[in-house]
Unconditional design. Sequence first.
Length: 268
Amino acid sequence: MNSELLVSDASHFRVDYEINPYMDTAVQPDAEATLAEHRAIVAAHLAAGRTVEYLPSVPQCPDMVFTANAAVVRGGRAVLGCPPPQRKAEIPYFQEWLANRGFEVVEAPYAFSGQGDALACGDLLLTGHGQRTDERMLPVLARELDYEVVPLRTLNSRWYDLDLAVGVIDADTVAYCPQALDATSLRTLRGLGVELIEVSLEEATRFALNLISDGTTVTMAQAAPRLAAALRDRGLKVVGLGTSELAKGGGGIRCTALTLDRAPAKQR
Ligand code: ARG
């Protein structure tokens, strides 16, 4: 899992609008520091043996570095994201890139945060709804990508995307912040039969769960020593990186990569 990733770059990353509670147009990222952060993330993927594809960002799309919201992909099919109006201009670039690479591209009929709200866990798709994803997307995702969709709701806009509240470590292990999910979702998650790792509110707020795991190496924010220790205890290699500039846009490591793993997990 997460062996092939689509990234963009941070060349045009700015806080031009406020569409999540972390964004403040009065607090702009430092351009050089952001480029360095993003380069370090890409270098970590390459060092972990992951394939990294690249789509250049464009000046009119200041959030394009967060490629995770552009779509969710499984085995040659991609369901495009349908983001808030401020980010709509990004989608055609991804649509074209995916189509040119031979993906069958499906448009989302309702609001949809792409992989930000759709985390693959084996044949399950942990799917956030109620913030940036319309509940009506759940059956669409199940049908188009042949996943068993597991609906999860975060409590408020601090967790505007599920990838801030939940992190998939491998097909049998999921990390999550109990304070970020509603009671029904906690019951759902605890009933899945996967091993769960609890992450504190404090570390989750520092984007600890916005991680990328390939089942061997976990690339994550360095500001979360307790989760890092829990993962190391399980035999995983943990690479901690600084994400203070990307955090000004309300994003972290997971947000900057769209997973492309082409192999279907299940026969269609
Ligand atoms: N500023 C971006 C937005 O609000 C951040 C997106 C982060 N992506 C994610 N998958 N959580 O849309």
